[in-house]
Write a protein that binds this ligand. Structure first.
Ligand SMILES: Cc1ncc(C[n+]2csc(CCOP(=O)(O)OP(=O)(O)O)c2C)c(N)n1
Ligand SMILES: CC(=O)[C@@H](O)[C@H](O)COP(=O)(O)O
Ligand SMILES: [Mg+2]
Length: 625
């Protein structure tokens, strides 16, 4: 067992030839076995086993810095840097993260999770090396999907002026989560035919090097020339023309070939892009056949590849998917936009039913939003389906391109709230705050699956910017009997009593029901309101409630700062109400990975903790004790 001999960075260098081939096989078996139990990003990781080994064989960690784009493919890197044991707790609360984390290892040079940041971060490390002094290498590893994100181009544009070494490894598996899209993807595809280039180049340099004295000088001069050898053989290369040296393509599953190319890349004085071809899911037939399904896998049976846990109930995304198909049927002006998350956001059905009205723009959230504003300006009804945490990218586009012009763009904000195992970078806990600061924006959150459909219909027939936010996971199917028509800015009173009022947003209505049950068992009288709208808040109702309720309890799966509770408190102050307010929300912090129920407990928004806090507040005690 070679894997057992790898206990820290650099240990891999003790292995040679066939031992490395055997290690690659062991790593694959290990990953398949562990991820089949914990879940995780299997296909991307299986694709980069040899590439990661070659990087670790070529460079010295932690002195040399590898920046992994997105970071979902860093499992082999974790294995090669002494974190084998961590795989039993992968993505569990208190366990090992599924992404690179500086606090987890000094071999993790930069934290990632969102796409297309690696070249910018890597360039920052390079410039810092130039200023502070140092001779370490910096390598950014970016996938072809992540190369559809605008930041990557901003960074390459900037890197073109570099005079010291900066290696960008383009891991091209011809896949994003789904099929990769767009012109760059087509361009990379065309380079597949240029397979012989690196060999040709190596052959030329090798022969020149063999020429005594002059040969070496010529090679050295050619390397230092801006476009080097490439100019002689493949003029007009896109990367070269941008000012980067292009090397490759090479077979990313051939450790020797990748190492030779990396050695070549090390010699370049400037930014160099090494183009590597890999196969997503390599070595596990179900993942090779269905790379998208095994991109982020739930625990699965290794023999069949099928999920271990059968899903019984529909999740929120399924409900969205169904209503989008129905609305697409009914209204030819409804169009759908996704930023590389066709499957995750549930737009696959819309895509197959209305291919001309479906747009996957790549991992380009900023562009997706402004593009949707353009569609709206021409009279279409765009629905932009984006995960809450990825929508953070497009704040200015929402403000500048959609809201100032009061464009009718519908934001279907999926994964809003705690998402669980992806952790800090992916928790969708800021959208209520950042969206509610923007004038003209309307924000809604459904309590159950029927309300999600009703809200989407309302949103599509609204006129202006509007967001519907809903969480990851199983859709709540309780409270079906409460289905009053949606009216702009109006909340829904579910149970009308007095004294205490629970004012809950979206997913927290279910929790509020449990809390109310507990309160009533203990003799408290309690109103339950489904807020429905976070912007605008239902001021008329709040004013009325303030007359016969002494305690308002706002409940939301969003951070406290700038959230729903603060807006309600502000209004209670404005009208001079004497009612007090208990704000149940998430702390002003980043919340790590783990099971959502565990995270709710840890952050104080589980029903049992809320019940205690409400009782304490109702009895005039400090609810935080
Ligand atoms: C800003 C942002 N949008 C969307 C995602 C979701 N996402 C994670 S990985 C991925 C595809 C990445 O494709 P690629 O870079 O080619 O890596 P591969 O999985 O193919 O190795 C996407 C869309 C993200 N992490 N960040
Ligand atoms: C790495 C990444 O950003 C995605 O793969 C993400 O993990 C998907 O999350 P869901 O599982 O919620 O679709
Ligand atoms: Mg890819």
């Amino acid at each position: 067992m070679y894997l057992e001999q790898i206990n820290q960075a650099g240990d891999i260098k003790k292995l040679k030839g066939e031992e490395l081939t055997a290690l690659a096989q062991e790593i694959r078996e290990f990953l398949i076995e562990k991820i089949s139990n914990t879940g995780g990003h299997l296909a991307s990781n299986l694709g980069v086993v040899e590439l990661t080994m070659a990087l670790h064989l070529t460079f010295n960690l932690p002195e040399d810095k590898i920046v992994w784009d997105v970071g979902h493919q860093a499992y082999t890197h974790k294995l090669l840097t002494g974190r084998r044991e961590g795989f039993d707790t992968l993505r569990k609360y208190g366990g090992m993260s599924g992404f690179p984390k500086r606090k987890e290892s000094d071999c993790d040079a930069f934290d990632t999770g969102h796409s297309s940041t690696s070249i910018s971060a890597g360039l920052g490390l390079v410039r810092a090396r130039e200023i502070l002094g140092g001779d370490n290498y910096v390598i950014s590893v970016i996938g072809d999907g992540s190369l559809t994100g605008g930041m990557a181009y901003e960074a390459m544009n900037n890197a073109a002026r570099l005079k010291s070494n900066f290696i960008i490894v383009l891991n091209d598996n011809n896949m994003s989560i789904s099929e990769n899209v767009g012109g760059m993807s087509n361009y990379l595809g065309s380079l597949r035919t240029a397979e012989g280039y690196l060999n040709l180049k190596t052959a030329v340099t090798d022969s020149l090097n063999r020429v005594p004295v002059y040969g070496e000088k010529i090679v050295s001069r050619i390397r230092k020339t801006k476009n080097g050898l490439k100019q002689l053989f493949i003029p007009g290369m896109l990367f070269e023309n941008m000012g980067l040296t292009y090397l490759g393509p090479v077979d990313g599953h051939n450790i020797g070939q990748v190492m030779r190319a990396l050695e070549e890349a090390k010699r370049v004085e400037g930014a160099v892009l090494l183009h590597v071809f890999t196969k997503k899911g390599k070595g596990y037939a179900p993942a090779e056949r269905h790379p998208a399904r095994f991109h982020g896998a739930e625990p699965f049976d290794i023999a069949t590849g099928l999920p271990k846990n059968k899903r019984v109930k529909a999740n929120w995304t399924d409900v969205f998917s169904t209503i989008m198909r129905k609305m697409g049927d009914r209204d030819p002006k409804v169009v759908a936009v996704t930023a590389a998350m066709e499957v995750g956001t549930g737009l696959k059905r819309f895509h197959s039913n209305f291919p001309d009205r479906f747009f996957d723009v790549g991992i380009a959230e900023e562009h997706a939003v402004t593009f949707a504003a353009g569609l709206a300006a021409a009279g279409l009804k765009p629905v932009v389906a984006i995960y809450s945490s990825f929508l953070q990218r497009a704040y200015d586009q929402i403000l500048h391109d959609v809201c100032i012009q009061n464009m009718h763009v519908v934001f279907a904000v999926d994964r809003a709230g705690l998402v669980g195992s992806d952790g800090e970078t992916h928790q969708g806990i800021f959208d209520l705050s950042f969206l509610s600061t923007i004038p003209n924006m309307c924000i809604m959150a459904p309590k159950n699956k029927w309300e999600l459909s009703d809200m989407m219909k309302f949103a599509v027939n609204y006129d202006g910017p509007i967001a519907v936010r809903y969480p990851r996971g199983e859709a709540y199917d309780g409270l079906q009997e409460f289905r009053a028509p949606i009216a702009f800015g109006k909340s829904e009173v579910i149970y009308d009593e007095e004294d205490i009022v629970l004012l809950a947003v979206g997913s927290m209505v279910k929790t509020a029901e449990e809390v109310r049950h507990g309160l009533r068992e203990r003799g408290f009288s309690c109103t339950l309101v489904n807020a429905r709208f976070v912007k605008p808040i239902d001021k008329d109702l709040i004013r009325e409630l303030a007359k016969d309720h002494r305690l308002f309890v706002t409940m939301e799966e969003n951070v406290k700062c700038g959230g729903f509770g603060e807006h309600v408190l502000d209004y209670l102050n404005e009208i001079g109400s004497e009612a007090s307010l208990l704000n149940i929300s998430l702390p002003d912090d980043y919340i790590e990975h783990g099971n959502v129920e565990v995270l709710k407990e840890e952050t104080g928004i589980s029903a049992s903790i809320i019940l205690k806090k409400v009782m304490a507040a109702a009895l005039g005690q400090n609810p935080e004790r």
